[in-house]
Design a protein. Structure first.
Length: 313
């Protein structure tokens, strides 16, 4: 067959010539595909072309560091508390300022406090210059004593006192001028104290006989103490005259007991110490204890009497 000879064919009832180089070389299914593709191209829907997103549309992230939320809450709470405290402080300051002003103007609270203080001082004995005090001139009271020794500390004197108690000899520690004297006997006369001294030396106790006195003085004492204190010097002298080795039983115990019963209810604190020593003396006399024990009891009352006067100076 000649390569250049055309071929006639019928397609769809029409005669058609197809050459070798005809554009319809392709197979019918391929041609159909091309035609269909062409039709489809004409029917391609138009879509709206979206513009390129603008970079400014997206938010720019800040480079600053953010404070954590918990710190923000803490700062807010602290600031609020400080503000409230300042406000309340001003309010309270204003209130108290008003109270002080009213108190100063009226004068009542301070007057009441001063009055109560004065009343308390009067009840407990008061001090020099107080309204409820009176002048008291105490007489000089003298006694002859047997002294065991004098010590620089109270502890040393107490140690020797315990040793004497164990041997049956009572004693009293008398403090004066920073020294502590230990007395173990008393008498109204020199001969009486010399006799006591000899008795102690026979028992192997070294002693020293000497005179001892509480010098009279002028002091201001609480008015409530006056009547009771003024009776003491007479009671002391009478008892001292009776407290010899032979006449210990002649002390008028009922006289001391009556005086003790008259103790003032609002007596001062120092006067209460004197009352305690007198109570011990009355107990010793009532129980008919030894003469030496009664002497020591009497010296103890004289010691507290001196301390009472000294604290009022």
């Amino acid at each position: 067959m000649d390569n250049h000879k055309t071929i006639s064919v019928r397609m769809n009832g029409k005669e058609t010539s197809i050459g070798k180089n005809n554009e319809y070389k392709s197979t019918p299914w391929k041609q159909s595909y091309v035609e269909q593709a062409a039709v489809d191209q004409n029917n391609i829907p138009e879509y709206e072309i979206q513009p390129k997103p603008d970079e400014d549309f997206f938010p720019v992230r800040s480079t600053k560091r953010k404070v954590p939320r918990i710190f923000k809450l803490f700062f807010i709470a602290a600031f609020s508390a400080t503000a409230i405290g300042i406000i309340l402080g001003f309010v309270m300051l204003k209130m108290f300022a008003g109270i002080d002003a009213n108190t100063s103007a009226a004068g009542q609270p301070s007057d009441i406090i001063q009055t109560n203080t004065a009343e308390k001082d009067n009840i407990t004995g008061g001090e020099e210059g107080e309204v409820n005090t009176v002048s008291y001139s105490s007489p000089t009271l003298a006694v002859n004593v047997v002294q065991e020794g004098v010590y620089s500390t109270k502890e040393m004197a107490q140690e020797v006192q315990q040793q004497l108690d164990q041997t049956g000899y009572p004693s009293v520690i008398w403090e004066r001028g920073g020294e502590y004297r230990l007395f173990i006997g008393a008498s109204s006369s020199e001969s009486g104290v010399d006799s006591l001294k000899s008795t102690f030396e026979e028992q192997g106790i070294e002693t020293y006989a000497r005179s001892w006195e509480v010098t009279g003085t002028n002091v201001e004492i609480p008015e409530s103490d006056q009547v009771w204190v003024e009776q003491y010097p007479t009671l002391f002298d009478n008892a001292l005259q009776s407290l010899t080795s032979e006449t210990a039983g002649n002390v008028n115990v009922s006289e001391w007991q009556s005086w003790l019963d008259e103790y003032p209810e609002n007596g001062s604190e120092q006067l209460a110490k004197m009352k305690d020593s007198v109570t011990q003396l009355v107990q010793a006399l009532t129980d008919n204890e030894s003469t030496n024990q009664a002497q020591i009891g009497l010296l103890s009352t004289l010691s507290t009497y001196e301390s009472y006067l000294a604290n009022l100076k």
